[in-house]
Design a binder for this molecule. Structure first.
Ligand code: UDP
Length: 192
């Protein structure tokens, strides 16, 4: 794979357009995929935590979220195509899921934020099949995991912050083939 190493985190180097094509293909064939969108903070924390670093580098897509990553790549002499944010990826997946009637599951953020995100989907992305959702302040992780597995989403958005969301996805993605993406604080923005 053509990946660019920034302080130990190995980023995919493709255009956003190419990335979106890959995601459509993944949905077509129901591939099991894990997207991480490291910003400079995540790169630094991965540098100090080899377990987390391995999880990030083993992900299917490692996307440069943040101009700091692009600048870092330039100064290391290995320029990248450009920034691709987690939020823009979330929006692309929402639009694509709406076109295709895909099954979507939302996990994470505060209860009022997740409710507002659900409302936005119901108003603006009416053809998304929203199969389930839960806020990110649960006690019983197994119940959440069982719910996701039962509902068989095609796309799982996980907004638990880093590194929690990456550990969660790494632990459970094998139980349900889908596009799994850690979206950090994106529901806070998406909910309006
Ligand atoms: N969050 C959560 N459960 C937790 C911790 C955080 O659902 O146990 C949510 C939080 O409400 C926010 C999101 O995770 O919506 C991202 O949190 P933060 O801004 O700390 O992380 P970052 O965006 O920097 O990864």
């Amino acid at each position: 794979k053509n990946r660019i190493d920034i302080l130990g985190t190995k980023f995919d180097n493709f255009t956003e357009k190419q990335f979106h094509k890959y995601l459509i293909d993944d949905l077509d064939v129901k591939s099991n995929r894990f997207i991480v969108t490291p910003n400079p903070e995540i790169v630094l924390s991965a540098r100090e935590n080899s377990k987390f670093s391995k999880i990030v580098n083993d992900a299917d897509y490692v996307i440069p979220d943040g101009i700091g990553i692009i600048k870092g790549a330039n100064s290391l002499g290995t320029p990248m195509h450009g920034r691709i944010t987690g939020f823009d990826t979330l929006m692309f997946l929402m639009k694509t899921a709406n076109k295709r009637g895909s099954k979507v599951y939302l996990l994470g953020s505060k209860p009022d934020v997740i409710e507002a995100s659900v409302n936005r989907i119901k108003n603006e992305f009416k053809d998304i099949d929203l199969v389930g959702y839960h806020d990110g302040y649960f006690k019983d992780e197994q119940t959440i995991v069982n719910d996701i597995v039962d509902k068989k989403p095609n796309i799982v958005f996980v907004a638990l912050g880093s590194p929690k969301q990456e550990y969660f996805i790494n632990n459970y993605k094998k139980l349900n083939p889908a596009i799994w993406i850690g979206v950090g604080g994106s529901f806070d923005v998406f909910s309006g």
